[in-house]
Design a protein around this ligand. Structure first.
Ligand code: PLP
Ligand code: COI
Length: 365
């Protein structure tokens, strides 16, 4: 039977004045909206207790499995306000399906697609006033699931919690349009064959934090990871997929092959590219080819993409070459292809272009 996420009576709301203040300058979800959707799971009872409550702290046993062995997964999707004030989700069924794949990899319970969709629609409906208007502004939803059974043996929990929280969001990197610098690491790895790279689990992000801080010391806002075995093949950034654009209009991204997150933005860009006169190419891209092609003028643009990052142009790649740090600058950081891809995507998301692929789902408030 499907879950229903009903609002419990008696929740409280932030004053209109305070909400407006937050919406004016939200950062990237520095404030959560008033409510959250949640549900509980146990191996005996399955999914129960689905509801929408105030966004509020949880009481949990310090022995909960998630605190010790990181049995956790999450998703990220946005709500977009269109000019007529209606609010919309972008391909939410893709997030639901990816969460099922992540749950499988982390041996957590699978939340059926329809229940995932019901939970995000329910929170969107209740907190619709928190969806900002204005260009580049959105409301970011964060569905997640944790193992909350209390024990210290290393085995899968028989008890879990699912919740959706969220809040207003400005672009994740810079202003979304200014090119960012990227630190290429050949020291640290994000994912290896057979590991958890294709799952959206917290551990992947925890292990990226040290090198992310190293990147910041070089003025870089994200890290580009290479394959764990040889550090030769370009994979993805800590929280975004990677694309390079050649001078003759190829948009190149590596195959996901188990170590890279199967980004919904990545998939959408591969779908949109041909209509923009660009040729999508999913193929292995070596770091040596990438650098040589940028220096030789064959790769002219590069960008990061993801729900949070949208399409963020890359200005320069910094990497270690022997004892030195080499800076490799893209010829056209916010070039024509990056602009065209970005525009095609955001115009669909914000309702300014025909949604020919049927990607947008209206939230009925
Ligand atoms: N890669 C990683 C590691 C991510 O965290 C994300 C963000 O969700 C992406 C890629 C992009 O995925 P999507 O476009 O589905 O947001
Ligand atoms: C997203 O884009 O949804 C992510 O999870 C990436 C993270 C950097 C916020």
């Amino acid at each position: 039977m499907s879950l229903s996420f009903d609002l419990v009576p008696g929740t409280v709301r932030t004053s209109v004045q305070r909400r407006r203040e937050i919406l004016r300058d939200p950062g990237f979800v520095t404030h959560f909206s008033d409510h959250m959707a949640s549900a509980q799971w146990s191996s005996q009872a399955g999914w129960t207790d689905s509801r929408v409550t105030n966004y509020e702290p949880w009481t949990m046993s310090p022995g909960s499995a998630v605190f010790h062995y990181a049995q956790e997964i999450f998703e990220g999707l946005k709500i977009y306000r269109h000019e007529d004030s209606s609010i919309w989700l972008f391909r939410p069924e893709m997030n639901a399906r990816r969460m099922i794949r992540s749950a499988h990899r982390m041996d957590l319970p699978q939340l059926p697609e329809e229940d995932f969709l019901a939970s995000v629609h329910a929170l969107a409906r209740v907190d619709h006033e928190w969806v900002p208007s204005g260009s580049e502004m959105s409301y970011y939803l964060r569905p997640f699931m944790i193992a909350d059974e209390s024990f210290l043996g290393v085995h899968s929990a028989k008890q879990a919690r699912y919740a959706v929280v969220g809040g207003p969001a400005a672009p994740y990197l810079a202003d979304g349009l200014t090119p960012v610098d990227i630190w290429v690491t050949t020291t640290y790895s994000r994912a290896g064959n057979g590991g958890t790279g294709a799952a959206k689990c917290g551990g992947n992000y925890a292990s990226s934090l040290l090198v992310q801080r190293e990147a910041a010391t070089f003025g870089c806002s994200q890290v580009l990871f290479t394959d764990a075995a040889d550090h030769e093949w370009v994979e993805e950034l800590g929280g975004m997929n990677f694309f390079a654009v050649t001078a003759d209009g190829m948009v190149v991204t590596p195959p996901t092959s188990g170590t890279i997150l199967d980004g919904i933005t990545r998939d959408s860009i591969l779908t949109l590219a041909p209509a923009l006169g660009l040729t999508p190419q999913v193929r292995p891209l070596s770091l040596s080819e990438l650098i040589a092609s940028i220096l030789g003028g064959n790769i002219v643009e590069a960008f990061a993409c993801g729900t949070a990052a949208v399409v963020t142009p890359i200005g320069r790649l910094l990497h270690t070459k022997g004892e030195e740090v080499e800076t490799v600058a893209l010829a056209s950081p916010l070039g024509e292809a990056t602009r065209a891809i970005r525009r095609a995507l955001v115009d669909i998301q914000w309702g300014r272009a025909d949604d020919v692929h049927g990607w947008m789902h209206q939230v009925v408030v």
